[in-house]
Design a protein around this ligand. Structure first.
Ligand code: C2E
Ligand code: MG
Ligand code: MG
Length: 756
C-alpha cells in the first residue's frame, strides 16, 4: 500500500515540478522533501506509557518527535511550533482530541492530524474526519499501518506546501505580466475570430481616450480611420502566423483625445504602427477551423509621422510664404505637361519678378521685406483658380502654373489682373509700399515642351518685360530667345575679355566753367571686342553687374587709371583730378577699404586727387554697409560725387547723411535746357539744394553752347560733355591737357548769360 502511495506522490510531484520550473526561477527545488528527518511530528496522548511507546516506535523510523501529554500540552505545542503531522488521541480529559481538532481547523496551521484512538465508533471517526482529521488509526495499531499513515500524511503535507508555493508564484508571475502589459508604452490587443476585441490593455485609455470596457466585443473597424480600413483588413483578416505575421503596418486609429489645444473636442487620427499574429487552438495546425483570433501590438508613431510631414513640407514648400517651392512646381509642371500632351491642350507658365522689392528690403530691412513677400503671396493667391499653382521661385520671384488655358487672351487677362492687384500699395505698419511686377509668360507647346524650357522661356520673357520699363507682362517670343542667347555669349566673352586684356579706359575731360581749364577727367571703360569693335559700357555693364564680374572689372579700371594719371603727373601734364565710377557690388566686398586704399597708395596718387562717382541708388542699396565705408574714404581725403543726380530714389533727408562733396547733375536735365529758354526748374532746384547743403556742382552731358551758358548763369562750377570732348583714349587726352583748348573757347565764345 505504501508502495502505491509513493508512486502516486512522485507522479504528481513530477507534474508540479515541471510547472514550477516553467513558471518561476531556479530558487524552487524541484524535489519534494519527504524524508523523515526533516519532518516535525507531534504525538499527543494523555497516557504517559502509551505516549512514550508511540514515541519510541516513531523515532525508531528516524522521525523527530515532540510529545504532548494531554490536550492542553498539545495546544501549547501547536501554538509555539509548527508541525507537519500530529498523531492525536481522541479521548482525553479536559481538552479532548476533538477540541484539539477544532482548534487546528480554526487556525489553519497546515499540520495533518492523524487520529489514533480506541474510540472506533462511527460517529467518533466521522466527527474527527469532518473536523479535518487526515486519517484514522485504530488502537491498538499495527506499527506498519501507523507508519504508513504517517508517511502518507507527511507526503500530503509536502504536496500541499509545494502547491501553495507554486500557487503563490503563479500569482506573482501573473501580477508581473499584468503590470507589464498594462504599463506597456504600446497598445496590446487580442481580437476574436470575428475581429472583435476580447482583450486590450490599459494603454488604450491614455493613448486614444477610450475605456477598455466599451471596446470589448466591438469590431476593430470602429477604431480605424476610414481611409485606412483597407489596410487594416489586410492586416487582421489574413490569418497571419510565424513568418507571415505582419509587422510595422502603419495606419491611423481614431482618437478621442484632444491633440490640439485649439480644437478640444475634435476626433483626430493617431498614426500607429501595428503588428498582428494569428492565434490557433492548435498551434501545430493552423487551419481556418483552428483560427481563434489575432493578437498584437500597436505603437504610437504620430511624432515620427509629424516630423516626417514637416520634413516633407519643408522639402516642397517655401517656409516664409508657405507656397510650393521650385521642386514642387517642377513636379506639378511636368505632370501638367504630360496631361496637356495627352489631351492636346495648352498650358501657361508665368514668371513674376517684383519690381521694387530690393529697394524695400534694403531701406526698410529684411523683416519688412519678408512681411511684404508674405502679403504679396497672399494677394497673388487671390488671383488663382482651382488647379493653378503659385510657387515661390526664390527671392522676389514667383511662378504661376496655369494648367487649364485655351488662348493667349485668357492668360493676358490673368496677368492683367495680377498687375492690377499689385498696383494697390501694401500697407505694413505705417509704411505704404508700392511694388509692381514684371511678368513673363511661356505657353506650352509654343515656348517649350519641357519643364526647363518653359520656365526658362517665361524667365526670358520676364527679363524682356523688365527691360521695357517694368510693371508689364510679355509673352515669350523667338526673338527674345535670340537676345537671351546673345546675352549668354556676352557673359562668356566678357569673362574672357577681363583676362585677355580687351578692356580699355577712356577719359572724358571735366572743364572749369570760369576759365575753361581741364581740371579733371572721368575714367570710362570700353571693350575692344575682337570682332565687334569698340563696345560701350551700356551694352555690357548690366551683364557684368548681374554676373558679379563688375567688381573685378572696376578694380581693373581703377588700378589702370591710377597708374596712368600718376604717370601723367610725373610727365608734367599737371595735377589733373581723376573721377572713377563705382557700384554697390564693389563697395560691399569684404576687405574693399584696405584693398582700395592700398591701390591708391601704391599708385603714388594723393587721395585728394581722386573723386568717386556713385549713384544715389548705389548708396541706397545697402546704406548701413556703404555709408560707413564712404565716411572712411572721406577721412582719408578722397572726395565723393553723386552721379546722375536727380534720377534716383533718395530724399533730401538721406542726402544730408551721406558723406558727399559733389552733386553731378544728370545729363537728362541738362538736355532739357532749350536754347535760351532760361527755365529749367529742376536744374534750378538742384543748384539751390547744392548751395543749401554746401556741395560742389558739376553738370554732365553738356552738348551745346546754350546749355553751357545757362549752367554758368546758375552758378554751376564744372561741366563735362560732348560740347568739349567725347571720352578719349589716354594718348589723345594727354594732348588736350597740353593744349588746354577750352581756355580759348571760353574766352572767345562766352558772354555773360542774359536772363530771358
Ligand atoms: P556716367 O558715369 O554718368 O558717365 C557719363 C556717360 O555719359 C558716359 O557714357 C559718357 O560717354 C556719356 N556722356 C558724356 N558726355 C555726354 C554728352 O554730352 N552727351 C551724351 N549723350 N552723353 C555723354 P558711357 O561711357 O557710355 O558710360 C555709361 C555709364 O556706364 C556711365 O555713366 C557709368 O555709370 C558707367 N560706367 C562707365 N565706365 C564705368 C566703369 O569703369 N565702372 C563703372 N562701375 N561704371 C562705368
Ligand atoms: Mg560717372
Ligand atoms: Mg552720369
Amino acid at each position: 500500500m505504501s508502495h502505491t502511495f509513493d508512486a502516486g506522490v512522485s507522479n504528481q510531484h513530477a507534474t508540479y515540478a515541471n510547472l514550477l520550473r516553467e513558471n518561476s526561477g531556479p530558487e524552487v527545488s524541484p524535489d519534494l522533501d519527504i524524508s523523515p528527518k526533516n519532518a516535525r511530528i507531534l504525538l499527543v496522548d494523555d497516557k504517559p506509557e502509551l505516549l512514550s511507546s508511540l514515541a519510541q516506535l516513531v523515532s525508531l523510523h528516524e522521525y523527530p518527535v515532540v510529545e504532548a501529554l494531554g490536550g492542553r500540552a498539545a495546544l501549547d505545542a501547536l501554538q509555539s511550533e509548527s508541525f507537519d503531522v500530529v498523531l492525536l488521541d481522541l479521548i482525553m480529559p479536559e481538552v479532548s482530541g476533538h477540541d484539539v481538532l477544532d482548534w487546528v481547523a480554526d487556525h489553519d496551521i497546515g499540520a495533518k492530524v492523524v487520529v489514533v484512538s480506541g474510540d472506533s465508533s462511527f460517529s467518533g471517526v466521522k466527527h474527527a474526519l469532518t473536523c479535518g482529521a487526515f486519517d484514522f488509526v485504530k488502537k491498538p495499531f499495527e506499527p506498519t499501518e501507523l507508519l504508513a499513515t504517517v508517511a502518507k500524511a507527511l507526503a500530503h503535507r509536502r504536496l500541499e506546501q509545494s502547491h501553495e508555493a507554486m500557487e503563490q508564484r503563479l500569482q506573482e508571475s501573473e501580477e508581473r505580466h499584468r503590470f507589464i502589459v498594462n504599463n506597456s508604452p504600446d497598445l496590446i490587443y487580442m481580437l476574436d475570430r470575428n475581429g472583435c476585441f476580447n482583450f486590450i490593455n490599459d494603454r488604450i485609455e491614455s493613448l486614444l481616450g477610450y475605456q477598455k470596457a466599451e471596446l470589448m466585443g466591438k469590431h476593430y473597424a470602429e477604431l480605424v480611420y476610414e481611409e485606412d480600413l483597407e489596410e487594416a483588413k489586410n492586416l487582421f483578416n489574413e490569418r497571419r502566423t510565424g513568418g507571415r505575421a505582419t509587422h510595422n503596418v502603419e495606419l491611423r486609429l481614431k482618437s478621442r483625445l484632444p491633440r490640439d489645444a485649439d480644437r478640444p473636442f475634435q476626433t483626430q487620427n493617431v498614426w500607429m504602427e501595428l503588428t498582428a499574429e494569428g492565434v490557433y487552438s492548435d498551434p501545430q495546425e493552423r487551419t481556418r477551423e483552428n483560427f481563434i483570433g489575432t493578437y498584437g501590438t500597436a505603437r504610437d508613431i504620430s511624432e515620427r509621422k509629424e516630423a516626417q510631414q514637416v520634413i516633407n513640407f519643408q522639402a516642397y514648400h517655401d517656409l516664409l510664404t508657405h507656397l510650393p517651392n521650385r521642386a514642387l512646381l517642377k513636379d506639378r509642371l511636368s505632370l501638367a505637361i504630360a496631361q496637356a500632351r495627352r489631351s492636346k491642350r495648352r498650358l501657361a507658365v508665368m514668371f513674376l519678378d517684383l519690381d521694387r522689392f530690393k529697394l524695400v528690403n534694403d531701406t526698410l530691412g529684411h523683416t519688412m521685406g519678408d512681411r511684404l513677400l508674405k502679403a504679396v503671396a497672399n494677394r497673388l493667391q487671390g488671383c488663382l483658380r482651382r488647379g493653378d499653382t503659385l510657387s515661390r521661385f526664390g527671392g522676389d520671384e514667383f511662378t504661376l502654373l496655369l494648367p487649364e488655358i485655351r488662348t493667349r487672351d485668357d492668360v493676358a487677362v490673368i496677368a492683367g489682373k495680377i498687375l492690377d492687384k499689385l498696383a494697390t500699395p501694401f500697407v505694413i505698419d505705417t509704411h505704404e509700399l508700392f511694388v509692381g511686377a514684371s511678368i513673363g509668360i511661356a505657353m506650352y507647346p509654343e515656348a517649350g515642351d519641357s519643364v526647363e524650357a518653359l520656365v526658362q522661356s517665361a524667365d526670358i520673357a520676364m527679363y524682356d518685360a523688365k527691360s521695357r520699363g517694368k510693371n508689364a507682362y510679355q509673352f515669350f517670343s523667338e526673338e527674345m530667345n535670340q537676345k537671351f542667347s546673345t546675352r549668354l555669349s556676352l557673359e562668356r566673352e566678357l569673362r574672357n575679355a577681363l583676362t585677355s586684356g580687351e578692356l580699355r579706359v577712356f577719359y572724358q575731360p571735366q572743364v572749369r566753367v570760369d576759365d575753361g581749364r581741364i581740371i579733371g577727367v572721368e575714367a570710362l571703360v570700353r571693350w575692344q571686342h575682337p570682332k565687334r569693335g569698340l563696345i560701350s559700357p551700356d551694352e555690357f555693364l548690366p551683364v557684368a553687374v548681374e554676373t558679379g564680374l563688375i567688381t573685378q572689372l572696376d578694380e581693373w579700371v581703377q588700378a589702370h587709371a591710377f597708374a596712368e594719371i600718376a604717370e601723367w603727373r610725373r610727365a608734367g601734364y599737371g595735377d589733373v583730378r581723376l573721377s572713377v565710377n563705382m557700384t554697390a557690388h564693389q563697395l560691399e566686398q569684404e576687405g574693399f577699404l584696405d584693398r582700395f586704399i592700398g591701390a591708391v597708395e601704391s599708385s603714388g596718387l594723393t587721395p585728394e586727387s581722386i573723386k568717386l562717382e556713385l549713384t544715389e541708388n548705389t548708396i541706397m542699396q545697402d546704406i548701413e554697409v556703404i555709408v560707413p565705408k564712404l565716411q572712411r574714404l572721406r577721412k582719408c581725403g578722397l572726395t565723393i560725387a553723386i552721379d546722375d543726380f536727380g534720377t534716383g530714389y533718395s530724399s533730401l533727408s538721406y542726402l544730408q547723411q551721406f558723406p558727399v562733396n559733389t552733386l553731378k547733375i544728370d545729363r537728362s536735365f541738362v538736355g532739357d535746357i532749350r536754347a535760351d529758354q532760361g527755365d529749367a526748374s529742376i536744374i534750378n532746384a538742384i543748384v539751390a539744394m547744392a548751395r543749401g547743403l554746401n556741395l560742389d556742382l558739376i553738370a554732365e552731358g553738356v552738348e551745346t553752347k546754350s546749355q553751357l551758358r545757362y549752367l554758368r548763369s546758375q552758378g554751376c562750377e564744372e561741366v563735362q560733355g560732348f560740347y568739349f570732348s567725347r571720352p578719349l583714349p589716354a594718348s589723345e587726352l594727354k594732348q588736350l591737357l597740353r593744349s588746354q583748348p577750352y581756355v580759348e573757347l571760353i574766352k572767345r565764345g562766352e558772354e555773360p548769360a542774359v536772363p530771358a
